[in-house]
Design a protein. Structure first.
Length: 192
């Protein structure tokens, strides 16, 4: 009987001469004899059960073991550097920086930027409060008022300036006298 795969068309190329899958090694307790189809199906079912059982055991072991994810950062990145709060420039000088790092004082009056070389730049911070229409109008009126005050204070003063301007509050009121009344004072002394 010729079991050559290339010459016999009745031989399955995926089965060896004992009707077992290629690559399968029989366990030691089996006798090396060909299996009939019923025995072979039973054998495959047992193998399937064994593989399923092994899979379940493996999955149970994997669920019981904690997963360790450890990230080791060798060099800092530019992401999430953030602003550091300090009390003075002395605190900034003490800090080690590997990238440009902003520092701000706790009272928000100054900002420092320190680079990797240790150079520090200083900035002064001023709060900008947004203005609405009323604030803008008030500011314009105040500036016009200050301008007018400056113009009044810088004007040269003359003796005649008072007469030309209508300053009725500052001028004394003049009374008119009639011409037939005399201006001489007469006093009567009491006789004893």
């Amino acid at each position: 009987m010729n079991n050559n795969v290339y010459t016999n068309p009745n031989v399955n190329p995926y089965m060896n001469t004992y009707n077992q899958p290629i690559g399968y090694s029989q366990p030691m307790n089996y006798v090396s004899q060909p299996l009939n189809s019923d025995d072979y199906i039973k054998f495959l079912e047992k193998e399937k059960e064994r593989v399923e059982k092994s899979k379940e055991q493996y999955m149970n072991r994997m669920q019981q073991q904690p997963t360790l994810n450890q990230t080791i950062q060798l060099a800092p990145t530019n992401q999430n550097v953030g602003i550091k709060y300090v009390n003075s420039i002395e605190d900034v000088k003490k800090e080690l920086t590997l990238v440009e790092t902003p520092f701000i004082t706790t009272d928000f009056s100054q900002m420092f930027i320190k680079n990797a070389k240790g150079e520090i730049r200083t900035f002064f911070i001023e709060e900008q409060i947004p203005k609405d229409e009323k604030d803008i109008i008030i500011e314009q009126l105040r500036s016009e008022n200050d301008k007018l005050k400056g113009m009044i204070e810088n004007e040269p003063s003359d003796e005649h300036d008072d007469e030309e301007c209508d300053t009725t509050i500052d001028k004394p009121t003049k009374t008119k006298t009639t011409s037939n009344v005399s201006n001489a004072r007469t006093s009567k002394t009491k006789s004893k």
